[in-house]
Design a protein around this ligand. Structure first.
Ligand code: ATP
Length: 614
C-alpha cells in the first residue's frame, strides 16, 4: 500500500511506560475507584452532563408527581369518604380526583421530556467517546496496536462503549428517578408516621450493607466479563481474517476448539457475574415483603393507639411500594453500573495509552521539496523487551539515489525502513532527512514527502480510482489516467472493462496479486513523494504483469530518492547502490557490479538468487 507514513507512531524500545496524554482536558486520571472512573468518563464526554439541570428539574417534577396518588387516596378516604359531616362528600372526591388526574398528566409529560433529554445527552456523550477512542487507536503506534489483537481493540471501543450506553440510557435515567423517589417517599412517609418510617428503614439497612459488599465482588466479576468478551471477539476476528490459511492447513477443528475455549471462558465469567447479581434482587424482594408485613402490623397497632388514621395507613402502604420499587431498581441498576464501569475502565485504558511517537506539530520542521538525502548516525534498535536487532548503522544516502536493501531473512531490513519512515524511533542514534532529525519533522511534512509501499498494499472495498487517489482524494480521473499512462500501464487500464470504476472488492480480492501491486505503485505515484520506501512484493506474478511492475517501478523511482527492500536480483542490479544487511549490521555497500565480484554476503546471496532462478 502506498499510504503515506501516516501511522507514524510506533513504540520504541527506549520509551518509558505509558503515561497519559490524550489531548483531553486535565482530568482526574484515577480509574482505580468506581467514582474515579465515572468522573473521568464524564469529563471525557461533557455531553453527558450538559443541560443536566433542566433534565433534573423534569425528573423532580416527574418524581414528586408520584406522591400525588397516595396523598389523594389519603385525602379521599379521610376527608371525602369519611367527611366531618359523617356522610361522603362527593364534591370533595370529584375535585380531588380531577386535580389528581391533571397532575398525573403533567407528571407523565415531564417524565417523557426527561427521558428524551437523557437519551439525547447520553447518545451525544457516547458518540464523543467512540470518536475519541477510535481516533486514539489510530494514533497508537503499529507496535502498540499489535500488542493487542485487533478484535480485542475493536471490542474496547464498540462492545465496551455499548455497555456504558446500556447503563447510561436505562440505568442513568432510573438512577435519577429512583433516588428522587426514595427521598420523597421517605419524606412523606415521615410526615405520616416517623415510627413506621423507622420500621421501613430498619428493614432495608441490611440490604444497603449487603449491596456495598457485593459491589466489590461484582466489580471484579464484570471486569473479567469484559476482558473475556474482548478475548473472544479478538479470537473470532483473527480466525475470520485468517480463514483461508485455516482451511489451507485443515486446522478448522483446532481453530474451532480455540474459539470454543474463549466462548466458554466468556460464558463462565458471565454466569459467575450473573449468579452474584441474581442474589441481589431476591434478597431485596424478601426485605420488601418483610417491610410490608412489619408496616401492616405496626400500622394497625398505631391505628388502635389512635396515632394513625385509616387513610394515612393506606397512603403509607402505597408509599412503601413507592419506596420499595426504587430500592429494588437501585440494586438492578447497580449491576448495570458495575458492568458499565468495567467497560468505561477498558475504554479509558485505551485512551490512557500514550501515542509513543510524538508529532512535533506546528513547531516541527518542514522539509523542503525535492529529492531527499537520508542519514543514519550511530543508529541501533531493539524491540521492546527484545535484543538489539540493528546496531551501529552509520550511512548516508545521497538525494535521488536508488538504493536496494538486501540481506538474509531477519537481518534487519524491515527494521531499517521502519526507522527511516519513523514508524519507530531508534533506541540509540539519529535518523536524518535532509539533515533534519526525523523526530523534529512535522508529521504533515513527513507524510507529504515520504511514502512507504509495503509488500501487500491494503486496498479498500471501493473502486480502483478511489484506491489510487487515496492519498490525494481531490485528484481528478484525468490525473489518475495520466499517472497510469506515465507509469506505462495504460494497456492494463484499457484491459479493465470498467476502467477506474472497477470495484476492487474487500481488501482488493477482486484483483490479482500483481494488479494489487500495480494499484499500490500508481497510488504512490499520485501521492508524489520525494522519498519512496518500498518493500518489494515476493508473490509470484505472471510474466506480463512482472514486466509491467518493473516498468512502473522504474518510472516511479526515477528522479526520487528510493530505498527498496529487494527480493529479486533484477531490483538489486538496477539500483544505484546496494546495502547488504547481515545480522543487524550493514556488512557491505556498493554497486551490484562491484559487490558481486567480492567474496562476502552479497556474493553468496547472488549465488543463491541465480541458483533459484536457474
Ligand atoms: N515487532 C517485533 N517485535 C519483536 N521483534 C521483532 C519485531 N519485528 C521484527 N523483530 C525481530 O527483529 C529482527 C529483524 O527483523 P526484520 O523484520 O527487520 O528482518 P528482515 O531482514 O526484514 O526480515 P525479512 O526479510 O524476513 O522480512 C528479527 O530477529 C525479528 O525477529
Amino acid at each position: 500500500m502506498s499510504a503515506p507514513v501516516s501511522t507514524p507512531t510506533e513504540r520504541g524500545a527506549s520509551d518509558g511506560p505509558a503515561a497519559v496524554d490524550d489531548g483531553a482536558p486535565a482530568l482526574h486520571r484515577s480509574t482505580d475507584t468506581a467514582m474515579g472512573t465515572i468522573r473521568r468518563g464524564l469529563a471525557l464526554s461533557p455531553e453527558f452532563t450538559r443541560g443536566l439541570g433542566i433534565t433534573l428539574l423534569f425528573a423532580v417534577i416527574a418524581t414528586v408527581g408520584k406522591i400525588v396518588v397516595p396523598m389523594a387516596v389519603q385525602q379521599i378516604i379521610d376527608n371525602g369518604v369519611v367527611a366531618r359531616t359523617g356522610r361522603p362528600d362527593m364534591g370533595f372526591v370529584t375535585t380531588a380526583v380531577t386535580v389528581c388526574a391533571v397532575l398525573v398528566v403533567i407528571t407523565a409529560f415531564c417524565s417523557y421530556l426527561m427521558n428524551v433529554r437523557l437519551y439525547r445527552a447520553t447518545e451525544s456523550g457516547l458518540a464523543t467517546l467512540r470518536r475519541r477512542a477510535f481516533r486514539h487507536v489510530h494514533d497508537l503506534s503499529v507496535l502498540t496496536q499489535n500488542s493487542e489483537r485487533k478484535g480485542a481493540l475493536v471490542s474496547r471501543v464498540t462492545a465496551d462503549v455499548d455497555q456504558i450506553s446500556t447503563f447510561m440510557q436505562m440505568g442513568g435515567i432510573m438512577l435519577i428517578v429512583s433516588s428522587g423517589q426514595l427521598l420523597i417517599a421517605t419524606a412523606l412517609m415521615a410526615a405520616y408516621s416517623w415510627q413506621l418510617t423507622l420500621v421501613v428503614w430498619l428493614c432495608f439497612l441490611p440490604l444497603l450493607f449487603g449491596v456495598r459488599w457485593l459491589q466489590r465482588l461484582l466489580s471484579k466479576a464484570y471486569l473479567k466479563v469484559r476482558e473475556r468478551t474482548g478475548d473472544m471477539l479478538g479470537a473470532i476476528g483473527e480466525t475470520v481474517m485468517g480463514a483461508a490459511v485455516i482451511r489451507a492447513h485443515a486446522t478448522e477443528e483446532r481453530t474451532g476448539r480455540r474459539i470454543d475455549d474463549t466462548v466458554l471462558a466468556t460464558r463462565r465469567a458471565q454466569v459467575k457475574a450473573q449468579r452474584l447479581s441474581m442474589a441481589v434482587s431476591p434478597f431485596a424482594e424478601l426485605v420488601a415483603s418483610v417491610a410490608n408485613a412489619a408496616v401492616v402490623v405496626a400500622g394497625v397497632w398505631l391505628g388502635i393507639a389512635g396515632e394513625l388514621t385509616p387513610g394515612e395507613l393506606v397512603a403509607f402502604l402505597f408509599l412503601v411500594t413507592l419506596f420499595v420499587s426504587p430500592m429494588i431498581m437501585a440494586t438492578e441498576i447497580f449491576n448495570e453500573a458495575q458492568n458499565a464501569i468495567a467497560g468505561w475502565r477498558r475504554v479509558l485504558g485505551v485512551l490512557d495509552t500514550v501515542p509513543d511517537i510524538a508529532d512535533p506539530g506546528r513547531d516541527g520542521h518542514e522539509l523542503p521539496r525535492g529529492p531527499v538525502s537520508v542519514g543514519f548516525e550511530g543508529v541501533s534498535y531493539a524491540y521492546p523487551g527484545g535484543p538489539t536487532v540493528l546496531s551501529g548503522v552509520d550511512e548516508e544516502i545521497r538525494p535521488g539515489t536508488r538504493i536496494a536493501v538486501v540481506g538474509e531473512t531477519g537481518s534487519g531490513k524491515t527494521t531499517f525502513v521502519k526507522l527511516l519512515t519513523r514508524l519507530m524511533d531508534p533506541s540509540e542514534g539519529t535518523v536524518l532527512l535532509d539533515g533534519a532529525d526525523l523526530r523534529r519533522v512535522a508529521f504533515s511534512s513527513l507524510r507529504r514527502r515520504v511514502v512507504m509501499v509495503p509488500q501487500e498494499g491494503f486496498l479498500f472495498d471501493s473502486s480502483l480510482g478511489d484506491n489510487i487517489r487515496f492519498a490525494r482524494p481531490e485528484a481528478a480521473d484525468a490525473e489518475l489516467e495520466d499517472a497510469i499512462t506515465e507509469l506505462g500501464l495504460a494497456d492494463w487500464l484499457d484491459g479493465l472493462a470498467h476502467g477506474l470504476d472497477t470495484p476492487v472488492g474487500q481488501r482488493g480480492e477482486s484483483l490479482s496479486a500483481g494488479e494489487r501491486q500495480l494499484v499500490a505503485l500508481v497510488r504512490a505515484y499520485v501521492a508524489d513523494p520525494d522519498l519512496l520506501v518500498l518493500d518489494e512484493a515476493t508473490s509470484a506474478v505472471d510474466p506480463a504483469t512482472e514486466v509491467r511492475i518493473q516498468r512502473a517501478l522504474d518510472r516511479l523511482t526515477r528522479g526520487r530518492t528510493s530505498v527498496t527492500i529487494a527480493h529479486r536480483l533484477s531490483t538489486a542490479e538496477a539500483a544505484d547502490e546496494v546495502l547488504v544487511f547481515d545480522d543487524g549490521r550493514i556488512a557491505q555497500r556498493g554497486t551490484h557490479a562491484d559487490l558481486v565480484r567480492l567474496p562476502g554476503v552479497y556474493a553468496d546471496l547472488h549465488a543463491s538468487w541465480v541458483h533459484s532462478s536457474a
